[in-house]
Ligand binder design. Structure first.
Ligand SMILES: [Zn+2]
Length: 383
């Protein structure tokens, strides 16, 4: 037998190797556990209740898809609106706008339903090869408030493998295989479908059972993408959309109003229009420099200030679909645009149907969000 195996040298090396492996295990376990945490939400005192999505479709019960629905019910007659943030979790203004509303809202007539984590499993991972952070921080008057940065896709641990080609069930339209895990390609979903199709179906059931009149889905897009700074809507939403456009233009706020193409399937703005008998859908897009192909190093600043030298150059070369200069596209401005568009959709609906108006106080005002920062509307950060 080789006595060197038992030498004190080898024993020290082995102990060092075990110590390093143990350290790596402890560190990776900490990162894994932190990546599973969800950011806190501090609802306003006017919150009626937090429902679970499984109340509307039992097929998501006991899964990560069984997310929270924040219900503000005035108890007074009026219409209802559903707001989705976090369909895509690499689009921060969606969930921050939803949360800023949850933390400040008082509904006086009708009902407002807000889902801040529309695809919760997308918050448990990031998209490979993107170099995304998994969390970021927003300054508030009381300190920093943290949020998750996630993926636009359902986590593959819940839905795998992807097909080579994803065929949208109702239309038979073909898409890339990974889009089978994209909630905004799976509408209207189906009760016996994939994890992501069941998630979409659960929201369709929520809209059907709660007789939702209006629905807004908050998104962001890279600056090189054509549908940006936009509100996209199908035929049935057009009257309300045109009123909202008028109201926004009266305040010098420019939004592109984009009619939803009839043959573009799987999208919220198309399929909720076609498959819901009660709901008028709208999909919002704001410009997100941290999401596109051109941006430089991923930093907290890039997410929050929306400033990036590469995008400024691309803007000067006329390669973008929005203006881009040294001011960037701050998260606060993008959140302000999301909230303002939902507010003006409600106002437009109220002008068309005054006897069914939704009345709410405490919606963070556009100019104040831009001037003070969205942190001024986020409460009770961790110490
Ligand atoms: Zn999106």
């Amino acid at each position: 037998m080789d006595k060197r195996v038992f030498s004190s040298d080898n024993l020290v090396k082995s102990l060092c190797a075990f110590a390093i492996l143990g350290g790596l295990f402890v560190a990776s376990r900490k990162i894994f556990i932190e990546s599973r945490q969800q950011f806190p939400i501090y609802p306003s005192a006017a919150l009626t209740r937090i429902a679970r999505l499984s109340e509307y479709f039992d097929g998501v019960r006991g899964t990560t898809a069984d997310g929270e629905v924040y219900v503000f019910d005035s108890g007074m007659p009026g219409a209802s609106i559903l707001i989705l943030g976090g369909t895509h979790n690499d689009e921060p203004s969606g969930h921050v706008a939803a949360i800023a509303m949850i933390e400040n809202l008082h509904v006086k007539k009708g009902r407002i339903f807000i889902v801040p984590r529309a695809n919760p499993s997308g918050l448990t991972h990031t998209t490979p090869l993107e170099g995304f952070f998994d969390r970021y921080y927003v300054d508030t008057p009381n300190g920093k408030r943290w949020f998750k940065f996630g993926s636009r896709y359902t986590n593959p641990i819940y839905q795998w493998p992807d097909p080579d080609i994803f065929v949208h069930h109702q239309s038979l339209q073909s898409m890339a295989g990974e889009e089978s895990r994209n909630l905004n390609r799976c509408w209207p979903g189906r009760p016996d479908g994939t994890y992501t199709e069941k998630l979409a179906y659960a929201y369709m059931e929520l809209m059907r059972k709660e007789k939702i009149d209006l629905a807004a889905d908050f998104h962001e897009a890279p600056l090189e993408y054509f549908l940006i700074n936009a509100i996209c809507y199908p035929e049935k939403s057009s009257k309300v959309a045109l009123g909202a456009e008028f109201n926004l233009s009266m305040e010098d706020l420019q939004y592109t109003m984009e009619a939803s193409p009839g043959n573009l399937h799987g999208f919220f703005h198309r399929e909720v229009g076609d498959y819901s008998s009660t709901t008028m859908p709208f999909l919002m897009e704001t410009p997100n420099p941290s999401q596109g192909r051109f941006h430089g190093k991923m930093t907290n600043d890039l997410i929050v200030t929306g400033q990036d030298t590469n995008y400024i150059k691309a803007g000067k070369l006329g390669r973008l679909f929005v203006d881009m200069d040294e001011n960037g596209w701050p998260l606060s401005l993008r959140v302000a645009r999301q909230i303002k568009s939902a507010e003006e959709i409600i106002n437009s609906f109220n002008e068309l149907y005054p006897d069914r108006a939704i009345e709410a106080e405490g919606i963070p005002p556009y100019r104040e969000i831009v001037e003070k920062g969205v942190g001024a509307f986020l409460h009770a950060p961790e110490k």
